[in-house]
Design a protein around this ligand. Structure first.
Ligand SMILES: CC(C)(COP(=O)(O)OP(=O)(O)OC[C@H]1O[C@@H](n2cnc3c(N)ncnc32)[C@H](O)[C@@H]1OP(=O)(O)O)[C@@H](O)C(=O)NCCC(=O)NCCS
Ligand SMILES: CC(=O)OP(=O)(O)O
Length: 330
């Protein structure tokens, strides 16, 4: 898809969604809020001390009329959020006092805003690890009905092409069923964002060329994902595995290694066998090949919460805010 970034900014602009960016203490988040307030494709909410954050935004020349700042310490919603959080987690031993304390954390507070319907989605992770960004969402927002495995994906954007990589951010060592869930979810994300998904289940083996548990897991996951994809998406999604990256991506290599593959070496969705492979490959593609990497975009949550790398740029945050608005559309 040509100009993926422009297409998501345009689509988000038609949706009028509110996206909370809790990390107002991070310069890139403030810069992103400023850019968003210029482009006006979502309504941004920052979390922090209202006077201090507003003064910083003014210093940067941002449109402070368009950006809302909410302070958990003074918010009229803090009791309501604490009660709701207590209710949601008391079966896990959460007390009312502890709930009130925890929702003062910017990520938890912002996640409660999404849960309560006071924001349509959330983007964080520039200043927090993925675990600290994602855990509140898993605890509070939870998986959408019918979803067993919440997962994450990246849009890897080159000037002339965009690829989907998964799971590079959440599931550490998925079993075959979870890997199949990840493939199905990423195919669905591809359809949601206007792609024609051709899903490659990646391995160190192509069609039995290698042996071992790692390859067997991908063979089993491919069978499961193939059945689920046929049932849910019919012919709209193609899938094949187990494939090495070259057999999935290079037509001439596919002809040799996997001549019957329906992907013909033209995969655009890449499912990695575990988090080690996925996380390393997305960073390698970003840093050595020069792709823009937007994500980790979470898949399967009841409402959109999206993570960032601590190495992200302000522009990555802007793009992820647009992706979040589109996910909030449903
Ligand atoms: C995200 C992560 C923190 C979740 O960890 P965890 O130890 O399972 O967290 P918790 O046990 O507190 O889980 C919270 C809830 O989410 C649920 N959950 C965890 N993973 C889930 C998944 N993939 N899908 C659906 N639900 C999930 C748990 O069942 C639990 O539910 P409950 O507390 O309501 O019963 C963990 O998977 C992780 O650290 N992943 C790797 C992150 C990372 O380092 N990425 C690399 C850089 S991007
Ligand atoms: C997605 C990811 O790898 O995040 P970080 O770089 O913050 O660890």
């Amino acid at each position: 898809m040509a100009d993926f970034l422009q297409s998501i900014l345009d689509r988000a602009a038609s949706l009028n969604k509110t996206v909370v960016l809790p990390e107002a203490s991070d310069e890139r988040t403030l810069q992103a809020a400023k850019t968003i307030s210029e482009k006006k494709f979502v309504k941004p909410v920052l979390i922090g001390n209202v006077d201090k954050v507003t003064a910083k935004l003014k210093e940067m020349g941002a449109d402070t009329e368009f950006i809302t700042v909410v302070d958990p310490a003074t918010s009229p919603k803090k009791e309501q959020y604490a009660e709701l959080f207590h209710e949601l987690r008391k079966h896990k031993g959460m007390t009312a006092d502890k709930a009130a304390e925890i929702i003062q954390d910017e990520i938890y507070f912002a996640t409660m805003m999404v849960k309560a319907g006071d924001a349509d989605g959330l983007v964080a992770g520039a200043a927090h690890s993925s675990a600290d960004t994602i855990r509140p969402a898993l605890q509070i927002i939870k998986a959408r009905e019918g979803v067993k495995t919440v997962s994450s994906m990246f849009f890897m954007v080159f000037p002339d092409a965009t690829y989907l990589f998964s799971d590079c951010g959440l599931n550490q060592d998925p079993n075959a069923e979870q890997l199949a869930d990840i493939a199905v979810a990423t195919a669905q994300t591809g359809l949601q964002f206007g792609f024609d998904p051709k899903v490659a289940m990646l391995s160190y083996s192509t069609k039995g060329s290698g042996t071992g548990q790692g390859a067997e897991k991908v063979v089993e996951a491919t069978k499961l994902a193939n059945a689920a994809i046929k049932e849910r998406f019919g012919d709209k999604v193609a899938i094949d595995g187990e494939l090495q990256f070259d057999a999935a991506f290079v037509p001439s290599v596919a002809e040799k290694k996997a001549p019957d593959s329906p992907l013909n070496g033209e995969a655009n969705v890449f499912i990695f066998p575990d988090l080690g492979a996925g996380n390393i490959c997305y960073k390698l593609t970003q840093r050595m090949a020069g792709a823009d990497a937007y994500g980790p975009v979470l898949q399967g949550l009841d409402k959109p919460v999206n993570d960032l790398s601590r190495g992200c740029t302000a522009d990555d945050i802007v793009a992820t805010a647009a992706i979040t608005a589109i996910q909030a559309e449903g």
